[in-house]
Design a protein around this ligand. Structure first.
Ligand SMILES: Nc1ncnc2c1ncn2[C@@H]1O[C@H](COP(=O)(O)OP(=O)(O)OP(=O)(O)O)[C@@H](O)[C@H]1O
Length: 341
């Protein structure tokens, strides 16, 4: 039982820091996991923060130390604010950090277009690139730890610093479906490659949910299943990139970002860019998507606008041909009539 279950905080509860004497009012629970619970709290300055509450003082101190260390390596993780014990609740240890806006990737995945997915993955790539510069790997890459807000330039933020591990050390905290070793692709050791493998495995398992009996399968069968699922992707360039990543052939976040840029995802972007307002009145083919239509990530390709143009020009030449043929028939008939008269 963790702090969330033992000492649940409720909206309106006040938490006063034993040492800092700062005060926060609980607004709502943002999430909970194996290590504790996270609440949205309002400080006396009127701003909203996220408070991670644990009943293990060591876990709070460890995560706080990592957050502080990583705050200088980029903006992917929340900014640390304060660490303290509660003066108002027994054995309640917590730290306060920036409240990150956005929704967990698994909750919004199905609403994303292929263009959005590319943006999100680029966001993950940039976040990992900054983190890896500090010689640390995220290790616990999973959709619940990636908060997405597409209105922002930096549209992906990372939460849960608990798994972050220096390069070369054994991974302490991981999620099986994002763990290369679980699928038989590599070792469970913190590295840039381990994180990239995890991102690709996460994407593959978002595309296709894993069978319930997967944990009982031998590793070879699991590996065959995930490779089949990746190769079955409609968009072959995406499949090739994911396979290279899960097989550990993409070694750095930089390389991952470069590969993402080369992905040929014309589908949604072409439709979005080439659908001027005036054309919305023209009848559409049943398979051609509208400009605002949402499709599954990396979904079927829409009819390309240049194909439509080719069809229009074909209609015009066909009409000209029929007109010339009719003229020829009329003039031949006229010539025969003249001859027979
Ligand atoms: N700074 C934050 N801003 C907004 N939401 C947050 C923040 N930190 C955590 N959350 C939310 O709370 C959830 C649980 O937080 P966290 O992952 O840190 O807990 P945990 O106990 O370590 O979980 P797990 O068992 O999955 O490792 C996250 O998935 C996220 O939705």
């Amino acid at each position: 039982m963790n702090a969330a279950q033992r000492t649940p905080l409720r909206p309106g509860d006040r938490v006063v820091g034993k040492w800092s004497r700062q005060e926060w009012t609980v607004q709502a629970q943002l999430g909970a996991g194996a290590n504790g619970a996270v609440y949205s709290v309002r400080g006396t300055d009127g701003a909203l923060y996220a408070m991670k509450v644990c009943d293990d003082v060591g876990a709070v101190a460890f995560e706080w130390g990592l957050l502080e260390q990583l705050s200088s390596t980029g903006f992917a993780f929340p900014k640390p604010h304060c660490i303290d014990d509660s003066a108002t609740h027994p054995a309640l240890y917590f730290y306060v950090m920036e409240q990150v806006e956005g929704r967990p990737l698994d909750e919004i995945w199905k609403t994303l277009s292929s263009h959005d997915v590319k943006r999100v993955l680029l966001g993950v790539g940039y976040g990992l690139r900054a983190l890896h510069k500090s010689q640390h790997a995220f290790c616990d890459v999973k959709p619940q730890n990636l908060l997405v807000d597409l209105r922002k330039n930096q549209c992906v933020r990372f939460v849960d610093v608990g798994g972050v591990t220096p390069f070369g050390r054994s991974v302490r905290q991981f999620t099986p479906t994002s763990d290369a070793a679980y699928w038989g692709f590599g070792e469970r050791r913190a590295s840039a490659r381990y994180d990239i493998e995890a991102v690709a495995l996460m994407v593959a398992t978002l595309f296709e949910s894993v069978p319930q009996s997967l944990p009982q399968w031998p590793v070879e069968r699991r590996q065959a299943w995930i490779l089949r699922s990746i190769r079955g992707r409609h968009d072959k360039s995406v499949g090739a990139m994911l396979e290279d990543a899960v097989r550990g052939r993409i070694h750095t976040a930089d390389e991952f970002v470069r590969r993402l840029y080369t992905l040929n995802l014309r589908s949604t972007s072409v439709v979005k860019q080439s659908a001027p307002k005036a054309r919305t009145r023209a009848p559409r083919s049943a398979t051609a998507p509208t400009a605002g239509q949402r499709r599954g990530p990396f979904g079927n390709k829409p009819v390309h606008s240049s194909a439509k143009a080719r069809r229009r020009s074909a209609d015009w030449t066909e009409r000209l041909m029929w007109w010339a043929l009719t003229c020829a028939v009329i003039s031949t008939a006229g010539a025969w009539a003249e001859y027979l008269r």
